[in-house]
Write a new protein. Sequence first.
Length: 462
Amino acid sequence: MTDTIAAIATPYGSGGIGVIRISGPKAFDIAAVLFSTTKHWPKGCKKLESHKVYHGYVFDRKNISVIDEVLLITMKAPSSYTAEDVVEIQAHAGTIVLRTILDEILSCGARLSEPGEFTKRAFLNQRIDLTQAEAVADIINAKSVNALKFAASQNLGTLKSSIQELRQKLIQFLSLLEVNIDFPDDVDPFEPSQKEMELVDDVLKTCREFIRQHEDACFLKDGIRIAICGAPNVGKSSLMNRLLAQDRSIVTAIPGTTRDPIEEGLNIEGIPFVIADTAGIHQTDDLVEIIGIEKAKDHIIASDIVLFMKEPDTVFSDREFEKMVPLENQAGKKVIFVINKIDLDKGNLPTLSEKYRHIPTIEISALLNKGINKLKQKIVTISIGHLDMEKSSVIPNLRHKKALEQTVASLEAVKTGLANKLEEEILAIDVKSSIDFLGTITGETASLDILDNIFSNFCIGK
């Protein structure tokens, strides 16, 4: 990496401060050309020291005029984010001023960075591993305090340390096998012992625990999906608006107002949710309504939690419920039976059938905000009531999970091989595969395609 890159590191738009980042061997030279501690060009700051903050001005070299009054921060390699020479310019946050400064930097020999290239350089320069690089994106995209906590822990190297410890155990085991393969006359014949079996079992146990942590808590990154469903005009949109504390869905007394599902992010007690208001499901000949109902069913199938709504003076029927939440889709899906409009004196409230008596029931009035807090609490309870959020320090992502599953499969083959006293060469193949699969998590054995895919999801300035 002999070239120098630059980019605007803060979001586009107006604001108090905008940051432009430069990284590479020419970073200090470019800063010295464009920056001056005085308003007079070209008397600038030719000798920039590392880890200093300089107040001054950035100049338009062609017109010899001040572009903006700035703060300039300098960081010499390797003590910087990328482990290269880095200069950050803090200017006033405006699209034109930041773009103009960036154009001047590019005209001095830097090139515009690719998405995630600053973090990619930090990884390639071995300042961070791949799990820490991914944690940077997770911190930026965190949808809740808990998601931020886990991402920050991963960014500090918690997952990295755990994976490296597992790899080191397997490397020691592999070394033992390879000694017997390469120098059979100089060592005692390999005989599987309880020690090797326990080592494999310990690594397997840890891998399975990480997989379980992903399955239990991956929702913290993407959000738990909630679908509100029911007959037309039962109050689905009113409930959506009440949960969000804003008028997101249109509410009228006309049945069938909602056609397309409406999705919105919702945070309850630090837990992220994605809630969808769906079209009322009923028999209709209206083509637009039919399309809306099909979309509603798709959202219900994809959801983790279903809020099935009824109102007073109606009857719960298994047939109606199973039409909205098909039997084949009920496994693993959580349902709350929500009775709305309890403020109306319209007669008896619907009750669940014997078959679905286990479903929790919450009575509400979306209009008068009655029972909404109780409903929120029930949503949280059925979502994470079985989890100990303090027990886990990291949550492996889907890429990590797949690598861990591959590791488990290889180690199961090793375990079988040890039990059947297979040849060292066969055992070594599976142990080596396990080490490589774990290495893809930290980046030690990750392919270029994996790296490109990860860093392409970053923003330009990160």
